[in-house]
Design a protein around this ligand. Structure first.
Ligand code: ADP
Length: 548
């Protein structure tokens, strides 16, 4: 802070005298440096602004032999100033200044805080700038020498500091320099504390928001220690935040009760960033949760993770009812449709007399539609069973090549009709064995293979092969075709129920859009994956990946 002696408005204003610095005795110097050292320490250990300023006031007041030292802040409207911390002064004066603050721009402190300059007087009661109504109070307090210095932070005035002496007091250049250093330290303390309080209030707002979320939220640090466990997480898991925050839940905690066991299971779910997974809380809660896993980042660096627990029990129940309905309706439709199919094939076969060309045309078209409806109803039945959890998966060790060959044989006829080069490359070495449900997997493989045949134009190829990765951890069934491919923009929807790409609808009208959904669900039940690469008008390759 630059002191500008010209700004001392009073005729009794203090002029700075450089030479005075050298007259200060060594004992005083020692005291002052000790006080300065102490004030810088308060900045490091204290966080409450009033405590810091009171301590600074007291140590500097004592070192300079002043009667009072006080710090001033602006009123909220910035039109006046009042005392926030003081040394030597009776409390009532500080309190009085809160009730009746000094107008900004008046008196020594009001000027210092308005103009950003030091204002001083060596004899306050006799200074003509003192408004007469103040005289009795000033006399009662017994102060004469006064200097007020603004607290500045990057050109912004954020407060003021005044030092009062009992007797007439000429301020030396040295005293002014010390006062300025102290004012700077105090300004830093005030600015830091305000920043800290702002951050704290931001943090509190964020925590309050997270606490009031309607979903459960658990935040972990990089070591898996729980940092936050909101109210909804407490309700869902029947645990108190107080019990779990700061802990890294492990297998030993399971014994503490069902809440802990569930928390351990949830924490142990193997989840990639930004994925979600369903999780069933066993009785007595019997809830279904959708658990999303998200990274917590600080400027691109991962510093932890969070799990969001959404209670989807009601949605699941409603869905179950819906699929139950679809399942019953499909069952009811399947019998009459099958009878219709037999009736039509008897008619087409001439069991009831020969048909003319027109009649057999109508019959074969109707038979095709009936076939389509039977397939659709079967797909719907599969979907509803999968969704309801009604499919019991009977996992036994089996031969993947064998079931693939059976599906391949069934499709040979359709492939030949389309003049496709349809091949199955059997593996040279025996595949590692793993468990699967042959019946369900046949449906999944059938859907993928039938698609390759249906979506490949005449004279193209469909190639089926097997692969094992180097570590023999995964077996792949690979279905490659030279077909119409899947347009880039539509690839992300391909596994959704009923979705059919525009180019597919044109060349094969009979699809239901359920085949790949069923296949991928069946693969999930095998802890496997179904994925693909595809280029429009070039072809697609579908991968069925099984863990061994
Ligand atoms: P669909 O009954 O329509 O075949 P699927 O669920 O089996 O239903 O497939 C969904 C959509 O994925 C198809 O309609 C088609 O757009 C696309 N698709 C699947 N397999 C292939 C493939 N091998 N080549 C091109 N498109 C494919």
């Amino acid at each position: 802070m630059k002191l500008n002696a010209k700004k001392f408005t009073s005729s009794m204003s203090q002029q700075l005298r450089k030479g005075a610095f050298f007259k200060t005795n060594p004992e005083n110097l020692r005291k002052i440096f000790f006080a300065l050292e102490k004030t810088s320490k308060f900045l490091a250990v204290e966080s409450d602004i009033n405590t810091i300023l009171s301590k600074i006031a007291s140590s500097i007041g004592k070192a300079l032999g002043a009667k009072y030292v006080n710090f001033w802040d602006f009123t909220p409207d910035k039109k006046a100033v009042y005392i926030i911390a003081a040394y030597g002064m009776q409390k009532q004066y500080s309190q009085y200044s809160i009730k009746d603050p000094i107008e900004l721009g008046t008196m020594w402190v009001g000027k210092a805080m308005k103009y950003g300059q030091a204002f001083a007087t060596y004899d306050l009661p006799n200074d003509p700038n003192l408004p007469p109504p103040w005289l009795p109070a000033v006399k009662k307090q017994g102060v004469r020498g006064l200097v007020c210095i603004p607290l500045k932070r990057k050109n912004e005035i954020i407060g003021g500091m005044c030092i009062y002496y009992k007797g007439v007091h000429e301020f030396t250049y040295f005293e002014m320099s010390i006062a300025t250093i102290v004012a700077n330290q105090a300004a830093t303390a005030v600015a830091n504390t305000r920043l800290f309080n702002d951050l704290l209030s931001e943090k509190n707002k964020t925590v309050a928001t997270l606490q009031s979320l309607k979903d459960g939220l658990i935040i972990y640090d990089m070591d898996g220690k729980i940092l936050l466990f909101n109210h909804r997480a407490e309700e869902i898991l029947n645990l108190k935040a107080l019990e779990v925050v700061g802990k890294s839940v492990n297998a030993d905690d399971i014994a503490k009760g069902p809440g802990w066991a569930n928390l351990f299971k949830i924490k142990s779910l193997v989840q990639m960033d930004f994925t979600s997974q369903e999780f069933e809380l066993p009785k007595p809660q019997a809830k279904v949760l959708d658990i999303s896993y998200l990274p917590v980042r600080e400027q691109y660096r991962k510093i932890g993770a969070m799990q969001i627990l959404r209670d989807i029990t009601k949605e699941k129940e409603a869905e179950k009812l819906k699929y139950n309905f679809i399942s019953i309706a499909s069952h009811q439709l399947r019998t009459p449709l099958t009878e219709l199919k037999w009736g039509l094939s008897s008619l087409a076969g001439g069991d009831f007399g020969a048909l003319n060309t027109k009649q057999s045309g109508v019959i074969s078209k109707t038979a095709r539609i009936t076939e389509y409806m039977i397939n659709l109803v079967n797909d719907l039945l599969d979907v509803s069973k999968l969704e309801e959890g009604g499919f019991d998966f009977n996992m036994v060790k089996g031969d993947l090549v064998k079931i693939t060959r059976e599906v391949f044989d069934q499709l040979k006829y359709s492939a030949a009709k389309r003049e496709l080069k349809f091949t199955l490359e059997e593996p040279v070495e025996k595949l590692p064995e793993f468990k699967f449900d042959a019946q369900r997997l046949t449906i999944a493989i059938g859907n993928v293979l039938a698609n390759a045949v249906n979506y490949t134009l005449p004279k193209g190829f469909v190639r089926i092969k097997f692969k094992v990765d180097n570590q023999r951890k995964f077996v792949f069934l690979i279905v490659e075709d030279s077909g119409i491919g899947i347009p880039d923009a539509e690839q992300k929807f391909i596994f959704s129920k009923f979705y059919r790409a525009k180019n597919a609808v044109k060349i094969h009208t009979d699809g239901s859009g359920l085949g790949l959904y069923i296949a991928s669900e069946v693969m999930k039940k095998h802890s496997g994956q179904l994925y693909f690469t595809s280029k429009e008008n070039k072809g697609s390759t579908f991968y069925l990946q099984f863990p061994v």
